[in-house]
Design a protein around this ligand. Structure first.
Ligand SMILES: [Zn+2]
Length: 330
């Protein structure tokens, strides 16, 4: 098996204590975080690493401006998505290694080499590098708002759509494919259907990130459901994982029509309802027109990225979209 992704992964109650050994090789850490995590956990982190740390609030970071780092020799990302993204970007720009210390299980970027960057209201991906280690302390992550883990679960169950579409795109359009990455994501996906433990979810997120590193792009984990979500960002402030899950049943509807999914949209919808994820337009606070517009826009995003969409494969029009939305209870 090729070896890509974090070299050390610890998922356990009290995992923070692993940092002491890890940090022995480094003298000057910088830790990227947010105000809330800083006020709650900064002392605990410094105790764990056994030395004082320079702190940088993710909200004060500006891309393409040189953050003065001096003799910093390791970057710690300690927090949610934006803290980890800034740690990734600093690591990429300086060549210094970074360690991922997530405080929530809200998405599959906790161990990935891809940072999500916002520009003019759009989010796009920037390739960075994988973390040296992922230290997931469940005593901290379990205290995050439950909706964050729900979003993380959404970012895994949407792989029902991304994986099937990736395979279709490979078969029809000869898009690059990788069996190892496919199998890793498939196992991660299956794991969250049989266990609802936080450890399983975190492990699935890390594996999804590892698969993206092995393949070299987000394609195994990101299909039309992700492109629709990126388009929805213009009118919705909902969490990424809940958006991608929301867009999954309609993608599965067409994947089923194309005969290339193991999962029926109804099964995923039942699972989402059971876990109390938003499944209707009113819960997402968007209109049918906004959703259809997001689907069109998502298809443009897919095209720009040279990714083949099942909706394009079936030449889906607005009448078909409206009828699928009605059938699926959107
Ligand atoms: Zn995602």
């Amino acid at each position: 098996m090729s070896f890509k992704g974090p070299q050390i992964i610890v998922i356990e109650d009290g995992a923070l204590s692993e940092l002491e050994t890890l940090m022995k090789d480094y003298a000057n850490p910088i830790c990227v975080t947010d105000d809330l995590i800083h006020s709650e956990y900064s002392q605990r982190l410094e105790n764990a690493i056994g030395k004082p740390c320079r702190w940088l609030m993710a909200s004060t970071y500006r891309a393409n401006t040189n953050t003065v780092l001096g003799n910093v020799d390791i970057v710690l990302g300690f927090g949610g998505g934006s803290s980890l993204d800034v740690a990734k970007l600093i690591s990429r720009d300086t060549g210094i290694n970074w360690i991922s210390i997530p405080t929530a299980a809200s998405h599959d970027g906790i161990a990935s080499e891809v940072a999500s960057v916002s520009h003019n209201g759009y989010k796009y991906s920037e390739k960075c590098k994988s973390p040296l280690a992922v230290i997931a302390d469940t005593s901290i992550i379990s205290k995050a708002p439950p909706r964050l883990a729900l979003a993380g679960l959404g970012d895994i169950i949407c792989k029902t759509s991304s994986l099937a579409e990736w395979k279709l795109a490979h078969e029809v359009k000869n898009e690059l494919f990788d069996d190892e990455a496919y199998t890793i994501v498939k196992k991660a996906l299956e794991s969250v259907f049989v266990s609802d433990s936080l450890e399983t979810l975190i492990s699935a997120e890390i594996d999804a990130g590892r698969a993206m590193s092995i393949f070299g792009s987000s394609r195994p984990c990101s299909g039309t459901e992700h492109a629709i979500s990126h388009a929805m960002d213009r009118s919705s402030a909902e969490l990424h994982g809940l958006q991608v899950a929301f867009a999954t049943p309609i993608c599965l509807h067409y994947l089923l029509e194309a005969g290339c999914t193991d999962y029926k949209p109804g099964e995923i919808l039942s699972f989402m309802l059971e876990r109390q994820m938003p499944t209707t337009l009113s819960e997402m606070k968007i209109s049918p027109e906004q959703f259809i517009d997001s689907i069109h826009h998502g298809l443009n995003i897919m095209e720009k990225r040279n990714r083949y969409s099942v909706l394009k494969h079936l030449d889906v029009d607005d009448n078909s979209l409206r009828s699928a939305m009605a059938d699926l209870g959107y």
